[in-house]
Ligand binder design. Structure first.
Ligand SMILES: [Zn+2]
Length: 102
């Protein structure tokens, strides 16, 4: 479903807007802790993600099968989050303490 052009455009727009929002919040308050901003953006994103993954009510609905219990929604959210984290250019850092120095 994420291959559809409009959905992937929505995906890109939403991701870009979230980053723009975080940068605006950080720029507008010099005292702001960027970790707090990031945590807040993530909290809002998770809230919205869960809101959109409410099953439709038909216990045999195939579309909702992967998310039709709280445990399945959490598992799906963790799976998707891990995928995004591993794809991120910021996942590895040259300052990671387990980075080889050879
Ligand atoms: Zn459904």
């Amino acid at each position: 479903m994420y291959q559809d052009y409009d959905e992937s455009k929505s995906y890109d727009n939403a991701a870009r807007e979230a980053i723009d929002l975080a940068n605006r919040l950080a720029d507008s308050d010099e005292e702001a802790d960027v970790w707090d901003i990031a945590d807040g953006i993530l909290a809002g994103a998770i809230q919205y993600w869960l809101y959109t993954r409410q099953p439709c009510g038909d216990p045999r609905c195939e579309d909702c099968e992967p998310i039709n219990t709280a445990e399945k929604r959490l598992a799906e959210l963790i799976r998707f989050t891990q995928e995004l984290v591993k794809e991120s250019e910021y996942y590895h850092s040259p300052h990671d303490i387990n980075t080889g120095t050879a």
